[in-house]
Design a protein around this ligand. Structure first.
Ligand SMILES: Cc1ncc(COP(=O)(O)O)c(C=O)c1O
Length: 398
């Protein structure tokens, strides 16, 4: 399940050795999902709590827009920065949601936020640079940076600090020569947020130290206590990354966006033209429709809130007492050190014995992750309840 052999590029059966940049770690959750899918195809009754994706389809209006586009549009290449109508609609959404005004020209539509990271990193970081990444954090940041020859500079956070970096961390990054900080709030895997005034302070510290601030806002919209703040409210220099994958329930459509300072638009356009030409046309059409589905999306968010409340009651009863109530996203990050010193083996047994998948913390935090499991509660309510029942029965005798 966890392939840690990736550090040695092989050459068996190949004319030459692989490039060192290919020797990145796997995205463990995708490996876990692959194994769970195989078991499911073999007839096992599996409940998925590993991969971070909604069980719901795209909003109805998005699917209708995609159907109309299929029936009547050419669906050729679009502008590299995205269709002007979509860039405008995203700018309007930003104003509606946060009361922050953003010129549509600063919006860059990307093939999922994943492509947005690649474009942004290429635009602002050279090989040999370092970027600050809070740990635990989304694993692909580290691996994309490594593939680009950029050094991830890990910033260890703690549960007491809601797993968020501090102004002192920013000062330390600056003193250590890092080029910037990438922050996700709500965070993956912990679901915790930088509560006011933390984001404002961090933005100010980045500005003072001339560091880039990259704000991953992909879980915005999925909040349960207080609304997440956008870095755009505190900095005109921040690079904001967002996506239709999570809140908009469109993971497989591979569509997201960046909001960037004006001076970055043309460099990003040149990169996008050359690397991807343009984001997928049909997904852009669907994304335009997605903004008509906000009521539907609110219902989905309410279903997550119910799952979250149920699990925050049931999992501690089952013995998983050390869970920080997540402010947003759809994850709970549970300390399982009472039961195991190897969360990957623990997750494997849980899948084999009770058909529940969860992601071992080592995906997000190589140093401390063996003590943690991440549960995703974006599944249907009855399945999440059944998962809690199975986990309780499984943990009881331990
Ligand atoms: C924090 C975070 N950022 C970015 C992504 C990438 O999402 P996508 O490429 O689907 O927009 C994910 C996916 O799980 C994530 O959790």
């Amino acid at each position: 399940m966890h392939d840690i052999t990736a550090s040695a590029p092989g050459s068996k059966g190949l004319p030459r050795q692989l490039a060192r940049r290919s020797a990145i770690d796997p995205f463990i959750v995708m490996d876990v999902m692959g194994e769970a899918n195989l078991r499911q195809a073999g007839g096992e009754d599996i409940i998925h709590m590993e991969v971070g994706q909604p069980a719901t389809p795209a909003p109805r209006a998005a699917r209708e827009r995609a159907q109309q586009a299929l029936a009547g549009e050419r669906l050729g290449y679009t502008e590299a920065l995205g269709m002007p109508a979509l860039r405008e609609r995203i700018a309007r959404y930003t104003a509606e949601r946060y009361s922050v005004s953003v010129a549509p020209e600063r919006v860059v539509v990307t093939a999922g936020s994943s492509a947005g990271f690649v474009l942004a990193f290429l635009a602002i970081l050279d090989a040999g640079d370092a970027l600050g990444l809070p740990s635990p954090g989304y694993p692909c940041y580290r691996q994309i940076l490594k593939a680009l020859g950029v050094r991830p500079h890990l910033v260890e956070t703690s549960g007491q600090g809601r797993w968020m970096p501090t102004v002192q961390d920013v000062e330390r990054l600056a003193a250590g020569g890092a080029a910037g900080l990438l922050l996700a709030s709500p965070n993956n895997p912990t679901g915790t947020m930088a509560l006011p005034p933390r984001l404002a302070e961090i933005a100010e510290a980045c500005r003072r130290n001339r560091l880039w601030l990259i704000s991953d806002e992909i879980y915005h919209g999925l909040e349960y206590e207080t609304q997440a703040e956008t870095a755009l409210a505190h900095s005109g220099e921040a690079i904001v990354v967002n996506s239709f994958s999570k809140y908009f329930s469109m993971t497989g459509w591979r569509i997201g966006w960046l909001v960037v300072p004006e001076a970055l638009v043309r460099p990003l356009e040149r990169l996008a033209q050359n690397l991807y030409i343009s984001p997928p046309a049909i997904s852009q059409a669907a994304a335009l429709g997605a903004f008509e589905g906000l009521e539907e999306l609110e219902e989905i968010r309410c279903a997550y809130a119910r799952n979250r409340a149920m699990l925050l009651e049931e999992l501690p009863r089952a013995g998983l007492t050390a869970i920080l109530p997540a402010d947003g996203a759809f994850y709970l990050y549970a300390d399982v050190s009472r039961f195991t010193a190897d969360s990957a083996a623990f997750a494997k047994s849980m899948l084999k014995e009770i058909g529940i998948t969860a992601t071992p913390g080592i995906d997000f935090d190589a140093a401390r992750g063996a003590s943690y499991l991440r549960f995703c509660y974006a599944g249907p309510g009855p399945e999440m309840r059944e998962a809690a029942r199975r986990i309780a029965g499984w943990l009881k005798p331990r």
